[in-house]
Design a binder for this molecule. Structure first.
Ligand SMILES: *Cc1c(COP(=O)(O)O)cnc(C)c1O
Length: 377
């Protein structure tokens, strides 16, 4: 019997936009009236507000999270030929950012319980050329800041955080974006703080790094028509900043709702009836901002991940896979020289993970429905 009267979408952005639609339209109208579409007043305000919320001094709005990584690494002094440690299981943009900065990504396997970079393995991948590590605060959970700081100190490496999935996440008293020399955020629409299009931000407490990204994002010009570097055209539009500025005060509330939903999933899945279903571990309690809620359909299940996904889909429950192919096995990155078997944990996760519906406003009834269906597998 297929019951499809209840549907649980994977995300529902209208829930967050409807209540503040008038506020957003007003903010956009103000920008239109001013006409300061590029590097306008609202952008500067939002840069300050977002940096403050993230516990750092400076924010520099750029066109995307990918550009925030690329320009940010460059500004931190990463040079062509340098090696940068990155997790093998991340969204490909982490790797793209490193390559666009001119550096060589060195992939590192992950902890299967959290899907976060394994720092013991990272230590083994270090060579004399290694200059930095890009920890990815994947799914909304930070890589342990204290472990990261110890690691970076011991090996004399720069920390550059990929916080694209972790706006306002916290762990061990640190906020995402405030641990390393600098950090990158994305405002892709479905991120915890999303624009109505593309956008990103480089945050740092280092004045020189901030200044350098301001130059790099604007044709390499510290002042108009005077170019000290080749640079790029990569600015966060004032219109997008206006939308994000309206949304920012709601973000911690939305994150709390995500965290509560995560706890309800965790509790419900603990009951033991969901054979072979293993949720990713939350090691940061209330500081996990659950960009995604990810489970594994492990070997202990007699169902394959694809069967579970289809079964849930037939019952109106949308799911995703983040991500189905690890970076080192993507066709475009063959030249990095990796092969199947190099990162067994990342490869295992790609086969077993499933992202369940997660967004601020998902109800406990909807989550109960998902858990109930999972108990049938
Ligand atoms: C979304 C994302 C990015 C890239 O951000 P864009 O704004 O899409 O360029 C980078 N890293 C991670 C982990 C992401 O999830």
């Amino acid at each position: 019997m297929i019951v499809s009267s209840k549907t649980v979408p994977f995300v529902d952005l209208t829930l967050q936009h409807q209540p503040i639609q008038a506020e957003i339209e007003q903010a956009m109208a103000t920008v239109v009236q001013r006409g300061d579409f590029i590097l306008g007043k609202t952008l500067k305000e939002f840069e300050t507000e977002f940096a403050q919320a993230s516990g750092v001094k400076h924010g520099v709005g750029v066109a995307s999270g990918t550009d925030a990584i690329a320009l940010g690494l460059q500004a931190c002094g990463i040079l062509p030929g340098d090696e940068v440690l990155v997790p093998a299981n991340t969204f490909i943009a982490t790797v793209i950012g490193v390559i666009q900065a001119g550096a060589t990504p060195i992939l590192v396997d992950c902890d299967p319980h959290t899907a976060l970079i394994d720092l013991n393995l990272a230590a083994k991948a270090i060579t004399p050329k290694t200059k930095a590590i890009v920890p990815v605060h994947l799914y909304g959970q930070m890589v342990s800041p204290t472990a990261l700081l110890d690691f970076a100190k011991a090996h004399n490496l720069i920390i550059f955080e990929d916080a694209a999935q972790a706006h306002l996440a916290q762990r061990e008293g640190y906020k995402a974006g405030s641990v390393g020399m600098a950090a990158a955020f994305s405002f892709y629409p479905s991120k915890n703080l999303g624009a109505f299009g593309n956008g990103g931000m480089l945050v740092t407490s280092n004045e020189e790094v901030a200044q350098r990204v301001r130059t790099l994002r604007n044709y390499g010009a510290p002042k108009k028509y005077y170019h000290t570097e080749v640079g790029k055209n990569s600015r966060l539009d004032t219109l997008q900043a206006a939308i994000l500025q309206v949304k920012l005060p709601y973000l911690s509330q939305w994150n709390q709702l995500r965290n509560q939903a995560g706890q309800i999933y965790d509790q419900g899945l603990k009951s033991g009836k969901n054979k072979g279903v293993i949720p990713m571990k939350n090691l940061s309690k209330g500081g996990h901002v659950y960009h995604l809620y990810v489970i594994r359909i492990s070997e202990a299940s007699s169902w394959s991940r694809e069967q579970v996904q289809e079964f849930l889909g037939e019952r109106g429950i949308q799911t995703g896979i983040h991500y189905p192919i690890p970076c080192h096995l993507q066709p475009a990155y063959k030249s990095l020289g990796y092969q199947l078997g190099d990162f067994p944990q990342a490869e295992m996760l790609c086969e077993e993970i499933l992202s369940l519906p997660m967004y601020p406003g998902i109800t406990s009834e909807q989550i109960a429905w998902v858990i109930e269906q999972l108990s049938l597998i």
